[in-house]
Design a protein around this ligand. Structure first.
Ligand code: TZP
Ligand code: MG
Length: 225
């Protein structure tokens, strides 16, 4: 399955974002609205429950040719037949994940600095999640807020090593700033392949409409500063 990274949905099951709604129903709506790739990110559920949800999500995403990735958990990805994993700097290393999941798996890595990005690209990551772009309550980690200038610097450093790794950025992206993120990173020597979003879709009153609106915005970025 060839991945389209342009509108990348990351899930969140916390009360503050998902509320009392059913995660599978919300993700289904977002996929119908046009998200192009989904990452199941859940730091609290027990393994058996996580696998059950991953399988449910996978039946929805695969019907739309949308890849499903699992945050942190290579075992869950394997059990659910997901297309890959998203790993952080303190998780399993890329080579080990590749050994377990095989050559066709999608492996993404969180990166906040040029060094992390270059190391992950050289180690064979398929894509990088670059951020945090803007401070966000979804993941409170102010140390790594890098702004669009930080994203641009990382993209340019990747351009200079000529790796064909894909890139998305994440953190605080919503309808009011999505086009600005694309515009302000467009001068980098490597192109951004997409934006990754949690609360502006999962927490939206109408996730399908929110995804469709974001899709429309990012497909027609206007020439503005
Ligand atoms: N990694 C960096 S920021 C972030 C993650 C998982 C959360 C982004 O959430 P939101 O709601 O799109 O700001
Ligand atoms: Mg992690």
């Amino acid at each position: 399955m060839k991945a389209d990274y342009s509108l990348y949905l990351v899930t969140d099951s916390t009360k503050a974002i998902l509320g009392d709604r059913d995660l599978v129903a919300v993700v289904k709506a977002a996929v119908e609205g046009g998200v192009t790739i989904v990452q199941l990110r859940d730091k609290t559920r027990e393994t058996a429950e996580l696998i059950r949800i991953a399988k449910e999500l996978h039946s929805i995403t695969s019907a739309h040719q949308v890849p499903l990735l699992i945050n942190d958990r290579v075992d869950v990805a394997l059990a659910a037949g997901a297309e890959g994993v998203h790993i952080g700097q303190d998780d399993i290393d890329i080579a080990s994940a590749r050994k377990i999941l095989g050559p066709d798996a999608i492996i993404g890595v969180t990166t906040s600095t040029e060094d992390e990005a270059i190391i992950a690209a050289k180690a064979g990551a398929d894509y990088l999640g670059i951020g945090t772009v803007y401070a966000t309550q979804t993941k409170e980690n102010t140390k790594t807020v890098i702004g669009t200038s930080g994203v641009r610097n990382i993209l340019s450093s990747l351009g200079s090593i000529n790796e064909n790794v894909k890139t998305v950025c994440i953190g605080g992206i919503k309808p009011s700033n999505a086009q600005r993120v694309l515009y302000q990173t467009a001068t980098a020597s490597k192109e951004l392949d997409g934006v990754a979003i949690v609360s502006a879709i999962i927490g939206a009153p109408d996730p399908k409409q929110a995804a469709a609106h974001l899709k429309e915005l990012i497909s027609h970025p206007p020439p503005f500063a």
